[in-house]
Design a protein around this ligand. Structure first.
Ligand code: NAD
Length: 500
């Protein structure tokens, strides 16, 4: 069985630790390889290499760093199908979703290519008589990234392109469930001309993460994953003096007003709730129809659509399935348990995904789409993140009730409102306590040149990911106030302008 090691100092290195984790193909349920879980010492060695590489990399002009990223962008484009196949094989998502993920990551690379402009700083003349002020945005040093299983290409690419563009070096710790994509991205960065040691991949679990959170050479930590771990990352790394952005879990609501185009809303919900098998932090997991009539019509249309939903392997000849398998058998069992919890709590299970037969599924981790109705805010299936293909209908009597339901939730990652009423949409955007809001857009993921991040227990730390916040997060501002001796000014004043 192949054992995946690390990528350090410009090359793949075998893992030294005897601890390993299995990596599965979720569509077959078979183990495809194992990943060596790095020891604390191996992680420290990667940090040392990144720390050594920093001085040289930070001195390279932003324009040259940008040129390397331009080459990297071209290489990722050239290898998109290969990367998407790798993603689908280890994560399970359907090929078109996997390609979409690579494209979204590439958009951050494109943004980072503009670093000579983004890192310019500010300048003010004559802040006092003969005194000028200017600021420079300097890199931090070694930055670390820790990513979840559900976007093995996109989430690392939210983090490292801007960090590298700003002149930092990087240690990436991908999810141990689908680690191969980060390793391949490291090879492509090297091929693009990135100097050895500037980008390193350490595969592992808590043991290596803890080194990244506490080693004094690491300056900043970007994390995306579940809320309990995000909270731990934020507390531990902050206590060790690091800059931290830790994005956590979610429970995203879509409010459907009585005047909404219901066919459009249902089409959007199907993709947003069941796409990528619901394993998306921006998935809609709660539909909030306003008024009984809206709710009844919505339910009827969703049931009809669910009958058409195709579930199967992510990599197939011909048209893609709508939904692939879940990431692991444990996660599959956890989502099934949540369905039972909903039933036991008294919610109305309208469509039970546990009954869906998947042709040729074998031992794959498949589950059909489920739909609950009459879910109330107090139920666990409303309060907790399920992270699977389970959609809850939570009926609201009025717009105000819908807003109150969303605002009372502990998470605040994404939300959407479907309506034809501009005033209702505007009020929703103003009142809702959620970081990313869609108006007739089900998954309002900001583009790379805006910043991505939730509110409340979906994000720990002040700065969002990529976009302008990404540049702020990855740089430290220094402000210089300068006055030169007046003699030099006198001399300068005698300079005469050429006449031609
Ligand atoms: P996870 O929290 O289990 O793991 C994330 C990372 O943390 C992995 O690299 C893992 O190795 C590491 N880790 C796990 N346990 C740890 C521990 N005890 N100490 C230190 N490190 C640890 O998350 P996951 O299951 O891989 O991903 C799914 C979660 O990620 C969901 O909750 C989802 O909402 C969230 N997510 C959030 C966003 C967002 O933008 N807010 C985006 C994608 C995923």
């Amino acid at each position: 069985m192949q054992t995946l090691g690390n990528f350090v100092n410009g090359q793949a290195v075998a893992g030294q630790s005897d601890r390993t984790a299995p990596v599965y193909n979720p569509a077959t349920g078979q183990q495809s390889l194992q990943v060596a879980l790095s020891s604390a010492d191996e992680t420290r060695e990667a940090v040392r290499i990144a720390h050594e590489a920093f001085t040289g990399w930070a001195k390279i002009t932003p324009l040259k760093r940008s040129r390397i990223l331009f080459k990297f962008k071209a290489l990722v484009e050239e290898h998109t199908d290969e990367l998407a196949t790798l993603i689908s094989r280890e994560h399970g998502k359907v090929f078109s979703d996997a390609k979409g993920e690579v494209t979204r990551g590439l958009e951050v690379v494109e943004f980072a290519c503009g670093i000579p402009h983004l890192q310019k700083g500010e300048h003010s003349m004559n802040v006092g008589t003969g005194v000028d002020s200017y600021s420079m945005m300097q890199p931090l040093g070694v930055c670390a990234g820790i990513s979840p299983f559900n976007f093995p290409a996109m989430v690392p690419m939210w983090m490292f392109p801007i960090a590298l563009a700003c002149g930092n070096t990087f240690v990436m710790k991908p999810s141990e469930k689908d680690p191969s994509t980060s390793m391949r991205l490291a090879e492509l960065l090297k091929e693009a001309g990135l100097p050895d040691g500037v980008f390193n991949v350490v595969n592992g679990d808590k043991e290596s993460v803890d080194v990244l959170l506490t080693d004094e050479r690491v300056q900043a930590v970007s994390f995306v994953g579940s809320t309990p771990i995000a909270e731990y990352i934020y507390a531990t790394a902050s206590a060790h003096g690091k800059r931290v952005q830790a994005l956590g879990g979610a429970k995203n609501h879509m409010v459907i007003m009585p005047d909404a185009d219901l066919d459009q809303a249902v089409g959007a919900l199907m993709g947003a709730a069941y796409g990528s098998a619901g394993e998306r932090c921006m998935a809609i997991s709660v539909a909030v129809p306003v008024g009984e009539e809206t709710a009844n019509r919505l339910r009827e249309k969703l049931v009809a659509e669910l009958k058409q939903l195709t579930v199967g392997p992510g990599l197939v000849e011909g048209p893609d399935n709508d939904m692939g398998p879940l990431i692991t058998r444990e996660h599959l069992e956890k989502v099934k348990r949540y369905i039972q919890v909903g039933v036991d709590e008294g919610a109305d299970l309208v469509v039970d995904g546990r009954d869906t037969a998947v042709e040729g599924a074998g031992d794959g981790f498949f589950l059909g789409g489920s739909l609950f109705d009459h879910v109330t805010p107090a139920m666990r299936i409303h309060r907790e993140e399920i992270f699977g293909p389970v959609l809850a209908i939570a009926r609201a009597a009025s717009f105000d009730d819908a807003v109150a339901m969303v605002n009372a939730h502990e998470f605040g990652n994404g939300t959407a409102i479907f309506t034809r009423d501009g005033d209702a949409a505007r009020q929703y955007c103003e009142q809702i306590q959620v970081g990313m809001v869609g108006v007739n857009v089900p998954i309002p993921v900001p583009m790379a040149f805006h910043s991505f991040g939730g509110w409340k227990r979906s994000l720990f730390g002040p700065l969002h990911m990529h976009g302008p916040d990404g540049v702020r997060f990855n740089t430290r501002m220094k402000t210089i106030t300068q006055r030169w001796p007046s003699g030099i000014r006198e001399e300068t004043n005698h300079f005469t302008m050429p006449t031609h």
